[in-house]
Design a protein around this ligand. Structure first.
Ligand code: TMP
Length: 393
C-alpha cells in the first residue's frame, strides 16, 4: 500500500555545481508491507547514480564522531579477539574504524564512493572501493581470513539487493562472528514525523520485525538490540548465525517489536495518519515562513543534509523564502541544493550576514548546532526547528 507521496524529486545529495545544471527527478513515495512492516520506496534509483561521488562525510559532526568512537570501543571489547578482523560496509571517511587504529586487531573499510574512501585512507583506515557483495566478501576472506565482526552503519537501508549483501556476510563472517547494523528505526520515523528522512538513497525503513524476516532467510538471527538517539532515533542490531546452543535473544528484541506494534507500523491507519500529519506540517511551516517574510525578516537554512533537500523541495521553498544554506562540509560549499537551487555557503557566512532566522534542516544535530551558534543566538538569531514539530527557539 502506498501511503506517502512526496512528489517527484531529484536525488537529495546530488548537489549542483552551478545553478542552471540540468537534473532528473524521480518519484518519491513510500509503500508498506502489512506482514513484516517493511516500508520501502516505490521507485528505485540506480545505486551508481547515487553513491559514486558522495558529499556526506560522517566526521563533520563531532557528536557522530564521539558516538562512533564509543560504539567501536564497545564492539571491539565484546566481540573481537586479539588480531581479529573488523570489516565495515559503507565505512565512509573511516569515522568508526579510525578509533580502532592502534588496537590489537585488524580493520578494513569497504565503500563505493571513491572520494570518501580516499579520505578514509588518509585517516589511516585501509578501504576497498566498491559495493560490498559476494565477490568482495570472498576475496577479503581469502586474503585476510574470516571477520570477527562486520558492521554496517546507516547503509543497510541504501541497498536494493540485500540478498547479495547477506550472502556476502555469510561468506565473510566467522561462524562465531557478529554482524552489527545501525539504522534509523521506522517507529521513530513515524513517532517524530521524520518524513524528510525519506529520500532515494533510503530504500528501506526497517524495524526489528522486518529485519528478522530478512535475516531468517539466510540462517541468521537478531540476538540483541539497543535503541540509539542518532539520526532521529536508530536501532543498533546484533546478529549471529542461528545455532542450537545459543543463549536466548535479549528481551529487548521482543520489546522493540512491541514498540513497532504500538507505533502502528503494521497497519494502514497509522500510516495514513502519518501522511496526513506530514501534509499539516508543510502547511504550518510554509505559513510561518510566509508570515516572517511578510514582516521583512531574513531567513537562511542551517545545514545542507539530504533531508534538507527533501524538506525544501516538498515545501517548494525558493531563494525568495530561504536566501541560502550554510554547511560546515567544505565540498558542499559553493554548490546548490538540488531542485530548489538554493546556494550553500560556509557557516561563517551566517555570522557575517546575521539573518533573523535559520531553518534548522540538520535538526538531528540540534543540541550540537544550537551550542555552536550560541553567539549568533545571543545576538538575536533564532532557529526555526521543523521536526518533530514546527517551533522557534
Ligand atoms: P546528517 O543529518 O545527514 O548527519 O547531515 C548533517 C549535515 O549538517 C551535514 O551536511 C553537516 C552539516 N552540519 C553542519 O553544517 N554543522 C554542524 O555543526 C553539524 C553537526 C552538521
Amino acid at each position: 500500500m502506498t501511503f506517502l507521496n512526496l512528489g517527484e524529486q531529484p536525488p537529495a545529495n546530488a548537489l549542483l555545481k552551478d545553478e542552471a545544471q540540468e537534473e532528473t527527478s524521480y518519484p518519491l513515495a513510500l509503500c508498506s508491507c502489512p506482514t513484516c512492516g517493511l516500508i520501502q520506496l516505490s521507485h528505485v534509483v540506480r545505486a551508481e547514480l547515487l553513491f559514486k561521488e558522495y558529499f556526506y562525510f560522517s566526521s563533520v559532526s563531532k557528536g557522530m564522531e564521539e558516538h562512533f568512537a564509543v560504539y567501536a570501543d564497545d564492539i571491539a571489547r565484546r566481540f573481537v579477539p586479539e588480531n581479529g578482523l573488523v570489516v565495515e560496509i559503507g565505512s565512509n571517511d573511516g569515522v568508526l574504524l579510525k578509533s580502532l587504529i592502534g588496537c590489537p586487531l585488524r580493520i578494513l573499510g569497504v565503500d563505493p564512493a571513491k572520494n570518501v574512501a580516499e579520505t578514509a585512507q588518509k585517516n589511516g583506515v585501509p578501504t576497498l572501493t566498491g559495493f560490498f557483495d559476494e565477490v568482495i566478501a570472498l576475496s577479503v576472506r581469502k586474503e585476510m581470513g574470516p571477520a570477527s565482526v562486520i558492521i554496517a552503519n546507516n547503509v543497510f537501508a541504501h541497498v536494493d539487493d540485500l540478498d547479495t549483501v547477506m550472502r556476502g556476510i555469510g561468506i565473510l563472517l566467522d561462524d562465531n562472528g557478529v554482524f552489527v547494523i545501525e539504522t534509523p528505526h521506522v517507529a521513530s520515523m513515524l513517532a517524530n514525523l521524520e518524513f524528510d528522512t525519506v529520500y532515494h538513497e533510503h530504500l528501506s525503513y526497517f524495524g526489528i520485525k522486518s529485519l528478522s524476516a530478512l535475516f531468517d532467510r539466510f540462517g541468521f538471527e537478531i540476538f540483541d538490540v539497543k535503541r540509539q538517539s542518532v539520526h532521529g532515533g536508530s536501532i543498533r542490531v546484533f546478529v549471529r548465525q542461528r545455532r542450537d546452543k545459543c543463549p536466548p535473544p535479549s528481551e529487548m528484541v521482543a520489546e522493540a517489536i512491541r514498540i513497532e506494534e504500538h507505533e502502528g507500523v503494521f497497519g494502514p491507519n497509522r500510516l495514513e495518519s502519518f501522511a496526513h500529519d506530514v501534509a499539516m506540517l508543510r502547511v504550518k511551516l510554509k505559513g510561518l515562513i510566509a508570515e516572517l517574510k511578510g514582516k521583512g525578516k531574513k531567513i537562511a537554512g542551517y545545514g545542507a543534509p539530504a533531508k534538507g533537500t527533501v524538506l525544501l523541495n516538498y515545501c517548494g521553498f525558493t531563494t525568495d523564502d530561504i536566501g541560502y544554506l550554510v554547511d560546515a562540509t567544505p565540498v558542499k560549499q559553493g554548490r546548490f541544493c538540488p531542485g530548489v537551487h538554493i546556494p550553500i555557503r560556509p557557516p561563517e557566512f551566517l555570522h557575517a550576514d546575521m539573518p533573523d532566522y535559520a531553518l534548522l534542516l540538520a535538526w538531528n544535530h540540534r543540541e550540537e548546532i544550537l551550542e555552536k551558534e550560541s553567539r549568533w543566538r545571543h545576538a538575536g538569531g533564532k532557529f526555526i526547528i521543523p521536526i518533530p514539530r514546527v517551533e522557534i527557539v
